[in-house]
Design a protein around this ligand. Structure first.
Ligand code: DGY
Length: 323
């Protein structure tokens, strides 16, 4: 029997590749280059499946140019690189990798928030540059995390995991805003209280963004929203670039509108706003919140399992759209 043709658009783990080779006629991007749209379209000719990451955009142009495509399996829980309605219109199934990254991503969000609040990167750079000559009482004083108010915007699986760390581990008062209020049992498990977006901005000592990116939430944290936050507050973004207006955030960090930020995602990443690089009160990481070896392996495996299940049983494990 002829195997379906699969493009693996970025480098993955060898054990997952070996498994996919058993089921598919694979074209593999071993060099891990990021394809331009034209290259992606060229590589996708004759392919019925593609394994993508957030760096490959599957939109109407790609779908029209690649009529044999049947499934796109994203190695990510977020799928703002997919034009899902066009995929549905073209009969192309979209899948993602939920659950396997929840706890790892929440760990990282918490670490980034703590690093911003307690000025960990800033003080480390100071030490490495050889500036540390004496201990001082007020050296790098930051904001406490324990017993403070943790605000979460976007209370899905990762938001809830961040909330639990804050409430149960650090005795934080947890508030959240979300499209819909959680059920009472879920709120109790997270020890979290639903508030309006404005209350969230005004009351949070540490605000963590964990909402999926859509056009509706583009720049939903901009100058006005930052202006509502406490001057002592921190902002952490482990969701997606574009949710925060990075230029407005630079201004707010520079002028003391908020105290500090922790950013794992950026507008136009990997080209970030250069002004961010010059600020000492922001911790910057290259979109690695889910990056533990175990979790990234599990994400690639789940994307592979989605592809295998689709061709074997006609049903994927984590479909995003209904065909
Ligand atoms: C995700 O899973 O969405 C992560 O951000 C990796 O892209």
């Amino acid at each position: 029997m002829t195997k379906p043709k699969l493009l693996i658009s970025r480098k993955i783990y060898d054990q997952v590749l070996t498994q996919l080779n058993d089921h598919f006629d694979v074209e593999y991007n071993a060099g891990d280059v990021v394809y331009s749209k034209e290259e992606l379209i060229k590589k996708l000719q004759g392919k019925s499946a593609v394994m993508t990451t957030g760096t490959e955009r599957i939109d109407k142009t790609v779908l029209v140019a690649c009529p044999e495509l049947k499934i796109c399996a994203n190695i990510a829980v977020g799928y703002n690189n997919f034009d899902v309605s066009s995929m549905t219109a073209h009969g192309v199934l979209a899948t993602n990798t939920p659950d396997v990254l929840t706890e790892t991503t929440a760990d990282f969000g918490f670490a980034l928030m703590m690093a911003a609040a307690r000025r960990i990167s800033e003080s480390e750079h100071y030490l490495r540059k050889g500036f540390w000559t004496k201990w001082s009482l007020d050296m790098f004083t930051g904001a406490d995390v324990h017993s403070s108010t943790l605000g979460i915007l976007g209370m899905g699986r990762i938001g809830q995991a961040v909330a639990k760390r804050g409430a149960h581990g650090f005795g934080m008062n947890v508030i959240y805003h979300n499209r819909s209020k959680l059920s009472d049992p879920l709120e109790q498990a997270c020890k979290a209280r639903y508030v309006s977006k404005e209350e969230l901005l005004r009351q949070s000592d540490h605000l963590v963004l964990v909402l999926p990116y859509t056009q509706e939430v583009h720049h939903c944290i901009a100058e006005k929203e930052l202006g509502m936050m406490k001057r002592t507050a921190t902002l952490t973004n482990i969701a997606r670039g574009g949710i925060v207006d990075d230029a407005a955030l630079v201004k707010a960090l520079r002028s003391g509108v908020i105290a500090a930020a922790g950013l794992d995602v950026f507008e136009n990443e990997p080209q970030l706003n250069p002004d961010l690089l010059g600020l000492s009160n922001v911790v910057l990481t290259p979109h690695i919140a889910s990056s533990s070896t175990k979790t990234r392996t599990a994400m690639a495996q789940l994307a592979a399992d989605n592809l295998i299940a689709f061709f074997k049983h006609g049903k994927a494990l984590n479909p995003i759209n209904q065909l």
